[in-house]
Design a protein around this ligand. Structure first.
Ligand code: KIV
Length: 278
C-alpha cells in the first residue's frame, strides 16, 4: 500500500533531479485540460510552454503571450494532470528586468496554478534571478542554447555552439544555470557534441530539444509531435501522429453528413418514441 501511494503521487522536481544519468526524463508540452489528461500517464514532466503563443494563438513569435494567459493555461493543465511534474514558462517581459520582477511573476504562477515551478530563458544573464527564485522556494527549470524569446535579437532561430565563441558562451550559460540552483535545464537547438558535453559536465539533468540523445531527457512541442501544427516542422521534430489530417477527415465527414441530412440520426434526438431513456 505504501508503495502504491508512492507510485500514485505527483512527480516532484526532486524526482526529476534524481533522474540525472538514470531513466531518461520524458517531457511534452500541454496547454489544455484534455491534452494534459491524454499525456499525463506517459510523461514525467508537462511544460505549459510559451510556444502556445504560436501553436495555439497563431502569433509569429513566442513574445506576445501574457502572464495571465500562461496562468490560465497552467490552471487548465493542472485540472487534467495528476501524475506529472508541471512547469509553466515565464513569458517574455515578465522576469528579465530584475530578480524582484521575476519573483512577482513566478510567485503568481505557482500560487494561482499549483504547478511545481517555472521555466525561464537565459544563462549567465539570469544566474542572479534563478538564485533569487530558488532561495525564495520557487523551483526553476533553466533554458539555454537557442532562446525563442530572444531569437529576434540574435538573428533568428539559429543552431547554437557552431563556433568556439558560441560553444563557450552556451557552456558558460549551462554552468551559470546549474550553479544558480535550477533543478534541471532545457537545452534547445545546439550542436550535438555541445549538448553531450554539457550533460557530462553539469550536475543537474539536461532536457534536450534539437540537442542530443545523450541528454538526460527529451522534450517536444506536442502539437509538432502529433501533427497538429504544420506551419513549419523543424529538423529535430519527429511526427508520431498526423492528427491534423485526422481532424480534417472528421470535419469533412461531418459536413457531408449534415449536407445529406444523415446527421443527426433519430438516435441522437430526444422525444423519439421508445428510444429515449433520459
Ligand atoms: O515553449 C516551449 O514549448 C518550450 C519548449 C520548446 C522547450 O520552451
Amino acid at each position: 500500500m505504501a508503495n502504491e501511494q508512492a507510485e500514485s503521487r505527483r512527480i516532484s522536481v526532486s524526482d526529476i533531479q534524481g533522474q540525472k544519468d538514470g531513466r531518461p526524463i520524458v517531457c511534452l508540452t500541454a496547454y489544455s485540460k484534455p491534452m494534459a489528461q491524454w499525456l499525463d500517464p506517459h510523461v514525467d514532466l508537462l511544460l505549459v510552454g510559451d510556444s502556445l503563443a504560436m501553436v495555439i494563438y497563431g502569433m509569429e513569435t513566442t513574445r506576445g503571450v501574457t502572464l495571465d494567459a500562461m496562468i490560465n493555461h497552467g490552471v487548465a493543465v493542472m485540472r487534467g494532470s495528476e501524475h506529472a511534474c508541471v512547469i509553466v514558462d515565464l513569458p517574455h517581459g515578465t522576469y528579465e528586468d530584475s530578480p524582484g520582477q521575476a519573483y512577482a511573476s513566478a510567485s503568481r504562477v505557482v500560487e494561482e496554478t499549483g504547478v511545481q515551478g517555472v521555466k525561464l530563458e537565459g544563462g549567465t544573464d539570469m544566474g542572479a534571478t534563478i538564485k533569487h527564485l530558488v532561495d525564495k522556494g520557487i523551483p526553476v527549470l533553466g533554458h539555454i542554447g537557442l532562446l525563442p524569446q530572444k531569437a529576434e535579437n540574435r538573428g533568428g532561430f539559429k543552431i547554437q555552439g557552431k563556433d568556439d565563441k558560441g560553444w563557450k558562451r552556451v557552456m558558460a550559460d549551462a554552468e551559470a544555470v546549474a550553479g544558480a540552483g535550477a533543478f534541471a535545464m532545457v537545452i534547445e537547438g545546439t550542436i550535438e557534441a555541445l549538448a553531450r558535453e554539457i550533460t557530462e559536465t553539469v550536475s543537474i539533468p539536461t532536457i534536450g530539444i534539437g540537442a542530443s540523445p545523450a541528454c538526460d531527457g527529451q522534450i517536444l512541442v506536442t502539437d509538432d509531435a502529433l501533427g497538429l501544427f504544420s506551419d513549419f516542422t523543424p529538423k529535430f521534430v519527429k511526427r508520431f501522429a498526423e492528427l491534423g489530417d485526422e481532424i480534417e477527415r472528421a470535419a469533412k465527414a461531418y459536413a457531408e453528413e449534415v449536407h445529406d441530412r444523415r446527421f443527426p440520426g433519430l438516435e441522437h434526438c430526444f422525444g423519439v418514441a421508445k428510444q429515449e431513456k433520459d
